[in-house]
Design a protein around this ligand. Structure first.
Ligand SMILES: [Zn+2]
Ligand SMILES: [Zn+2]
Length: 177
């Protein structure tokens, strides 16, 4: 049976046949990048849907995928900050009643969705590695002043609007890089 070069080969290294990782000389290179073929250790390997790859190859692939320009981040930040500021303030005026919670849920999701859609349109749907992060920061910072007026609606707003606004930008993806 032959072992494919793109598959991990656990225990395949022996005393006289140890390939060490070029980045971590103390680690055995038990894996191989399935794109460029370089040997690597488990610390260096990135598990992708198409197999194990080295960090350089993953980054190169992402650079092709993410085509946002610097100005896009400014748009994303300003739009989410301003819309969130006004959205949270308007919502804060609804008081503390029972129905306020329902209104807060509805308005927060709607405003968050609108922020996401607006940022996407204004940046012409270019993909940014940090767009989700910038939008999240903008929404949270923009809503903070409203905490002084109405902590209840503002906290609901911060959680819901951040979630819906960043949903289409893959916040988790950008945080992981
Ligand atoms: Zn590679
Ligand atoms: Zn390594």
């Amino acid at each position: 049976m032959t072992i494919s070069e793109t598959e991990p080969i656990p225990g395949a290294t022996t005393e006289d046949d140890v390939v060490t990782c070029p980045v971590h000389p103390k680690e055995a290179a038990t894996l191989r990048c399935n794109r460029c073929g370089r040997p690597m250790c488990t610390k260096c390997a990135v598990r992708t849907p198409v197999g194990y790859r080295c960090r350089e190859c993953v980054r190169q692939q992402q650079d092709k995928f993410f085509d946002a320009q610097f100005f896009d981040y400014i748009i994303a930040g300003v739009v989410s900050l301003v819309v969130s500021f006004f959205g949270a303030f308007v919502l804060a005026r609804f008081g503390f009643g029972f129905f306020t919670i329902f209104i807060a849920f509805f308005v927060s999701s709607a405003v968050g969705g609108a922020i996401g859609a607006l940022v996407r349109t204004l940046t012409r749907k270019r993909r940014g590695r940090y767009t989700g992060l910038v939008v999240a920061l903008g929404v949270v910072l923009g809503a903070l002043p409203a905490l002084l007026v109405n902590p209840l609606t503002t906290l609901i707003f911060i959680f819901l609007a951040t979630g819906t606004a960043t949903a289409q930008f893959g916040l988790r993806l950008s945080l992981n890089q």
